[in-house]
Design a protein around this ligand. Structure first.
Ligand SMILES: [Zn+2]
Length: 344
């Protein structure tokens, strides 16, 4: 089969690789129909995190099951499935609590394993990982494109909103204008936020933020932005979603959070400078969040997508086929695209 292989920072290629095969009785093999390139893929693409040459890439995919291991109970041949960005056994103490990302058998797509940016994948612990779409879901491109972000960014945006304790009528602030930040706006609106302030700077992304429900846009980060949010909210936001992962964005989130309220953070931490611990301490700010257990959120979010109440697909503003993946990385690296869909 053909799949995306990492060579070096800035260099990913489409290569012939061995076809996956069932290795464990709880495995399934699936043909990938839709995949994404993620903002977090850019960390290794830019050489900012270690990634070995020859490793596979892609942690967001949907597809059709082609082969099922003898001990798989809930997933069947022919099912159209959504894959969360980690694999999990679904049975351990953490999975039973819904914290699939802390599963004792947690696994990751890509690297030595098959990645979503390829024609086929072997999925371990299929029952505990994959979510099968209801059989009556039509094979409709627009609908499937709305479902695809549930594999990561929509679930992650939702996790930021839940972790920040968004309540109906709340004043919410979102730090970050990438796909996760934009999905955070959608999630906050879905939870009934009264006002949604977005801190971002690219015009096209701010237009999308307004379409998703943002009421106010603040360009930039840092002290100037903090001052403006504190002024316009008379003291800070009730719930702050941190959706970037840098210390600047985290300190901005702390700076615009109302005393005694909550920052929900989901940006993969790449913290260079120290965090503003004094603000955290003297204003009793709560911090909650982390890697998003999207498997736990897929059922409720899928229901709203299928009912037409939720549509995160506009964050996928560029589509490529498998051969177009290297161009897709370039487009995201240069911020020409918010997020790229790979349509096999
Ligand atoms: Zn588990």
């Amino acid at each position: 089969m053909r799949a995306t292989v990492f060579y070096a920072p800035g260099d990913v290629r489409i290569e012939n690789v061995p076809d996956p095969r069932i290795q464990q009785p709880t495995d399934v093999l699936a043909r990938v129909t839709h995949a994404c390139i993620c903002g977090s893929d850019l960390w290794f693409y830019r050489g900012l995190t270690d990634f070995k040459p020859g490793w596979r890439t892609g942690h967001e995919w949907m597809g059709v099951v082609e082969e099922v291991g003898p001990e798989v109970r809930t997933i069947r041949k022919g099912d159209r499935v959504i894959a969360p960005f980690v694999t999990s056994d679904g049975t351990c103490e953490f999975c039973r609590e819904g914290l699939y990302t802390s599963c004792v058998n947690v696994g990751f797509w890509g690297m030595e394993n098959d990645g979503g940016q390829g024609e086929m994948v072997r999925c371990p612990f299929a029952d505990g990982t994959l979510v099968a779409l209801p059989p009556d879901v039509p094979n409709d491109d627009a609908l499937l494109k709305s479902i695809l972000p549930l594999t990561d960014v929509m679930g992650t945006g939702h996790h930021a909103a839940v972790s920040a304790g968004v309540r109906p009528g709340a004043v919410v602030a979102v730090v970050g204008d990438g796909a996760v930040g934009l999905c955070g706006v959608l999630a906050a609106r879905r939870l009934g936020a009264g006002r949604i302030i977005v801190l971002g700077h690219q015009e096209a992304r701010m237009d999308l933020a307004r379409r998703f429900g943002a009421t106010d846009i603040i360009a930039g980060r840092g002290e100037e932005a903090i001052g403006r949010v504190i002024e316009m909210t008379k003291g800070g936001a009730d719930s702050v979603l941190e959706c970037v992962g840098t210390s600047t964005s985290f300190n901005t989130a702390l700076g615009i959070c109302r005393p005694g309220r909550t920052v929900g953070f989901v940006g993969v931490p790449h913290w260079g400078e120290p965090l503003n611990a004094r603000r955290l301490f003297f204003q009793n700010i709560r911090v909650h969040g982390g890697v998003a257990p999207v498997r736990a959120y897929i059922p409720e979010l899928l229901k709203d997508v299928l009912a037409g109440r939720l549509d995160p697909s506009p964050v996928l503003d560029m589509t490529v086929n498998l051969d177009g993946v290297p161009d897709g990385y370039k487009a995201m690296d240069t911020r020409k695209a918010i997020k790229v869909m790979v349509r096999m």
